[in-house]
Ligand binder design. Structure first.
Ligand SMILES: Nc1ncnc2c1ncn2[C@@H]1O[C@H](COP(=O)(O)O)[C@@H](OP(=O)(O)O)[C@H]1O
Ligand SMILES: [Mg+2]
Ligand SMILES: [Mg+2]
Ligand SMILES: [Mg+2]
Length: 334
């Protein structure tokens, strides 16, 4: 089968994500302390969010000046706060080759205001997915994806705190995950000499034996519904709770077989940058992704997944059984 390999896009996206990941780790080490956590001070993650978006957008823009970007952040509040802006500029410049001025940093951030849609190609960026995980020192991810005519073609995700092997939490951390449509899903470490290893979903066909994962945040996914679904599937092990699109990564690597993200409100629309790269990773690793009604995720309708409700990702073999249980539990709700 012939297909686009997006090799140049992949190379540039990898470089951008690795540099932004380095920036995030630097912010965590220098600015997050017991006292910021205790005070629920969100300023470190705000700085890392802006810095990572500036770095990724400026690298993308230099390589592909015509490509629009749908990014989570914009510079409106940053323009009001000079002290924060100075920190963002300093941090961004600590990971890029060509230093940026403050106005270039602001402009780079605002390259992310594109509306998305079904025609042409654009990037979508979540500079830090899992902001709450970042502040807790747990999982977060820098997530970048390329969407062409409404379909995700490339996903690159940097997960600085994710162990290379989930079963070895004290082993090497920092995973770079990449998927290209019809080209497979891959993982490597952050080490410059590391090379891609192809990854695959688990082959488990028995729901009762499966590890399921969900968000840490009760406000992002209905954990009550997830528990009811797990119980219908005969799953007795507690869920693995993890922030960010690292959940898609652990499904794609076969560490877990089911990811449930069940609607908590009738009005919330999932954002495309929260799912584009992760969904392609699972698909290319041999799994399946859809919404709570079984519909494919529709990345062609703007900045949100307004045609979908919730997200279910599985290793594929378990998909029908999971959707059956989801249907029973959510029947009267969606
Ligand atoms: N009510 C809600 N339902 C589902 N997702 C929500 C939500 N409110 C916020 N989110 C999204 O959940 C993302 C984190 O996902 P998870 O819970 O899987 O870690 C957040 O990304 P950011 O952290 O990038 O803002 C945010 O976009
Ligand atoms: Mg996010
Ligand atoms: Mg984010
Ligand atoms: Mg956010």
């Amino acid at each position: 089968m012939s297909h686009a390999t997006y090799s140049r896009e992949r190379e540039v996206a990898t470089e951008a994500v690795l540099r932004a990941s380095k920036l995030c780790t630097r912010v965590f080490q220098n600015l997050v302390s017991a006292s910021t956590i205790e005070k629920k001070d969100k300023s470190p993650v705000t700085i890392a969010d802006y810095g990572a978006q500036a770095v990724v957008n400026s690298i993308l823009h230099a390589a592909f000046p015509e490509d629009p970007i749908v990014g989570e952040e914009d510079s409106v509040e940053l323009r009001e706060n000079e002290a924060t802006l100075n920190k963002v500029v300093e941090l961004a410049n600590s990971v890029v080759n060509q230093p940026l001025t403050s106005s270039e940093v602001l402009q780079a951030i605002d390259l992310g205001t594109y509306a998305g849609g079904k025609k042409g190609r654009f990037w979508t960026l979540d500079p830090i997915d899992g902001t709450k995980g970042f502040l807790r020192g747990e999982q977060f991810a820098v997530c970048l994806a390329l969407i062409v005519d409404g379909q995700v073609q490339l996903g690159v995700m940097g997960c600085p705190n994710l162990p290379i092997q989930l079963s070895k939490p004290d082993g090497e951390r920092g995973c770079l995950l990449t998927a290209v449509r019809n080209g497979g899903a891959y993982q490597r470490s952050f080490a410059p000499t590391s090379t891609d290893t192809q990854i695959h979903v688990s082959s488990t066909a028995t729901t009762a034996d499966t590890q399921f994962c969900e968000s840490v945040e009760a406000g992002h996914s209905s954990q009550g519904d997830a528990a009811d679904i797990a119980s219908k599937l005969g799953i007795t092990k507690p869920s693995v709770r993890m922030d960010s699109q690292c959940k898609y990564a652990v499904i794609a690597r076969g560490d877990a077989g089911i990811y449930l993200r069940l609607p908590v409100s009738a009005t919330y629309e999932e954002k495309i940058w929260d799912h584009a790269g992760g969904a392609l990773l699972v698909h290319e690793a041999g799994g399946k992704v859809c919404d709570a009604k079984g519909n494919p995720l529709d990345f062609s309708v703007g900045r949100t997944l307004k045609n979908n409700k919730g997200v279910i990702a599985t290793n594929g073999k378990l998909h029908d059984a999971v959707m059956d249980a989801v249907g029973q539990v959510l029947a009267s709700k969606i």
